[in-house]
Design a protein around this ligand. Structure first.
Ligand SMILES: [Zn+2]
Length: 104
């Protein structure tokens, strides 16, 4: 969790600007469709046991940045963060995610 928090902080310094850094905690998660999922609520990010990884965290960070719904703006922000994290260009990321050429 400490490594994840450090990575989140690095990203937050760039994308979070002056917003308050969220609290990131290990949690049971929320039960949905037969399994426990991570979620963020206000200034709290809660990572479920099997989802304590950088990809899930960056997804929840995107929510914590104020992007509530999984719409185009959300995906654009999430990709900007991942692009920064992994030093990959967007085309490569979209290809890997299977989103290449998909209208969003
Ligand atoms: Zn989400």
């Amino acid at each position: 969790m400490n490594i994840l928090r450090k990575q989140a902080f690095r990203v937050w310094k760039i994308f979070g600007k002056n917003k308050e850094f969220p609290k990131i905690v290990a949690d049971r998660g929320t039960f949905y469709n037969g399994r426990y999922l991570s979620y963020s609520q206000g200034k709290d990010i809660r990572l479920a046991r099997n989802q304590r990884n950088i990809i899930t965290l960056m997804h929840e960070i995107t929510h914590a940045l104020g992007f509530e719904f999984h719409n185009k703006k959300f995906v654009d922000m999430e990709f900007s963060i991942l692009e920064h994290m992994f030093k990959k260009n967007r085309g490569e990321l979209e290809l890997t995610a299977g989103l290449f050429g998909v209208e969003r």
